[in-house]
Design a protein around this ligand. Structure first.
Ligand SMILES: [Fe+2]
Ligand SMILES: [Fe+2]
Length: 222
């Protein structure tokens, strides 16, 4: 896969058709191609490969497949929201956050493949479902929409903590990736809260948690 970094896009007016085509392009890159990553190095390059048994390697591969599916869903949420939310003051930060999600997507995919496994066959379903949820969240207005981003990111941080605890101890490379992702997701949550994101009602948070449980359990196997 060739690395390619997102060009800085000059601000210009896009017609609805332009936006639709850009959206389709982003979706296809997320699912089947090379998404536009940032300038940051892959954190796993900074550490040596640990020694893993076959069963450890299989477990780590499955965990990284789940994380990859989660990042596909994150892309769907961000892209869906971008279609409907205004967010004029924070658009730049949101675009940067979406690009950092592309880094996560890229790092997880490479790692899952090195560990000898495939990415989730259900990724198109996670993407389309999340795109719809993101678009709905965007329609509810900026404070709820940003609250939704903040809650998603907080749930991802808790999930990454669980995965860091489950990863084989010597899988230093996967660990380095998840640690950097955790730092990034925490920052994304803070940006959304500082931009005016409001706390979501408990049933909504609960529903989001249930959906991510379905996704993580399924992606472990397929
Ligand atoms: Fe992420
Ligand atoms: Fe994030």
């Amino acid at each position: 896969m060739s690395q390619h970094t997102a060009p800085s896009r000059p601000s210009r007016h896009y017609t609805p058709i332009d936006q639709l085509l850009l959206g389709v392009d982003t979706g296809l890159r997320t699912l089947f191609g090379q998404p536009a990553i940032t300038e940051r190095p892959n954190p796993s390059r900074a550490v040596a490969e640990g020694k893993l048994s076959d069963s450890e390697r299989q477990l780590a591969g499955r965990l990284m497949r789940i994380n990859h599916a989660g990042e596909v869903a994150a892309q769907g949420l961000y892209q869906g929201q971008a279609l409907t939310a205004k967010l004029p003051q924070v658009r730049q930060q949101m675009e940067r956050a979406a690009q950092e999600e592309n880094d996560h997507l890229d790092w997880c995919e490479r790692r899952a493949k090195i560990l000898g496994t495939h990415v989730s066959h259900l990724n198109p379903a996670w993407y389309v479902g999340s795109l719809a949820i993101g678009a709905l969240a965007g329609l509810t207005g900026d404070k709820w929409s940003l609250g939704f981003v903040a809650e998603t990111e907080k749930q991802v941080v808790r999930h990454l903590d669980e995965h860091l605890a489950q990863l084989p101890e010597h899988d230093t490379k996967s660990r380095a990736i998840l640690e950097q992702m955790k730092t990034d997701e925490g920052r994304h949550a803070t940006v959304a809260i500082e931009a005016g994101g409001t706390e979501l009602p408990y049933p909504v948070k609960k529903l989001m948690g249930l959906m991510s449980t379905v996704m993580t359990r399924t992606a472990f196997w397929v």
